[in-house]
Design a protein. Structure first.
Length: 264
C-alpha cells in the first residue's frame, strides 16, 4: 500500500501524496526458500504483527542509503508506536543496514524489490517476526504531476519510504519537520502492514473509505473514512503543508480492528 497523495499526500500518497509458509524441500529436492514467508501478499501477516500467537518478538531492519538514515526521534517514535499497539512480550529490536546509493533514478516496484532482495538480512526466525523498512534516496516512479508518493507497503513485511520526497516537503519554513514526515509516513505504512483498512484485518464496523482516490499504491483505497485517523487517505497530505504539535494516531474504528485481531 502506498503512502499518500500529496496534491502536494502519503502510501502514504501526497497529491501534492498477501501467506503460506513453506518448509522442507521442493519435489526436485531443492531446499525451500527460507525467506518465502517474508515474500507474501500485503496484509497477510497482520495477525503475526499484532498478536503473540506465533511471534513474541520483532526484528525491524532499518535499511537506508547513506544520508537518508531516519532521525533518532523517528526511531524512538516507532518504538513507542510498536509498544502501544503490538503484543510482543519479548520486545522489538532494530537492525540497521546501509544500502548502496541507487543510480536508476525514480524507483518502480521491480527496482525496490530487487534492492530488498539484494540487501535484506532480517527474516522470520524462531519467535521473531522479521520486517524490512527501506529509507530510499529516490522518489517513486508513480509520482505524476502534483501527486507524490511518500511511502509504500508492498509485501507482508516490507515497505519503502521515499526519502527524497520527504525532504522536498520538509523544506518550507512553516512546513513539517523531516522527523514528523518520517514518523507519520512510516507509521501509516505500518498500519497497512497491520492489515488496515480491511486489508487482512477484518473491520469490526464498516469504515473503509470507498470514495478516496487511489493513493498510487499496489492496493487501491484501503483507507479509513474517519478524518482524524492516521489511516485517512489525506492525513499525510495534510501533514506536508504545516507543522504539527501532535502527530496523528489511529482512530476509534481502526483501534477496534487492531484489538479484535490480536493487537492492543
Amino acid at each position: 500500500m502506498t503512502l499518500h497523495k500529496i496534491t502536494p499526500y502519503f502510501t502514504l500518497l501526497f497529491t501534492f501524496l498477501i501467506l503460506s509458509c513453506s518448509s522442507g524441500s521442493d519435489s526436485d529436492n531443492t531446499p525451500a526458500d527460507p525467506t518465502l514467508a517474508n515474500k507474501q501478499a500485503l496484509g497477510s501477516s497482520a495477525r503475526d504483527f499484532l498478536s503473540a500467537e506465533e511471534f513474541t518478538s520483532m526484528n525491524v531492519e532499518i535499511a537506508y542509503v547513506d544520508g537518508f538514515k531516519p532521525s533518532e526521534t523517528t526511531l524512538s517514535n516507532l518504538r513507542s508506536f510498536f509498544t502501544e499497539r503490538l503484543n510482543k512480550p519479548n520486545g522489538v529490536t532494530f537492525t540497521e543496514t546501509v544500502v548502496p546509493a541507487t543510480s536508476v533514478g525514480s524507483l518502480n516496484r521491480d527496482e525496490y524489490v530487487a534492492i530488498e532482495n539484494d540487501n535484506r538480512t532480517v527474516f522470520n526466525e524462531g519467535d521473531a517476526l522479521g520486517v524490512w523498512v527501506f529509507f530510499a534516496d529516490q522518489n517513486s516512479e508513480s509520482d505524476e504531476g502534483n501527486s507524490r508518493i511518500l511511502g509504500t507497503a508492498y509485501r507482508n513485511t516490507s515497505c519503502i519510504i521515499f526519502g527524497t520526497t520527504l525532504r522536498e516537503f520538509s523544506r518550507g519554513i512553516t512546513g513539517p519537520s523531516l522527523t514528523q514526515l518520517e514518523t507519520i509516513t512510516t507509521e501509516h505504512e505500518f498500519g497497512h502492514l497491520f492489515g488496515l483498512v480491511n486489508l487482512g484485518t477484518e473491520m469490526v464496523r464498516d469504515h473503509e473509505d470507498e470514495t478516496a482516490d487511489d493513493d498510487g499504491g499496489e492496493t487501491p483505497n484501503k483507507h479509513c473514512d474517519q478524518e482524524d485517523c492516521l489511516m485517512y487517505f489525506q492525513t499525510v497530505a495534510d501533514a506536508t503543508s504545516t507543522a504539527m504539535n501532535n502527530l496523528p494516531t489511529f482512530g476509534e474504528f481502526c483501534l477496534e480492528d487492531l484489538r479484535a485481531n490480536g493487537g492492543k
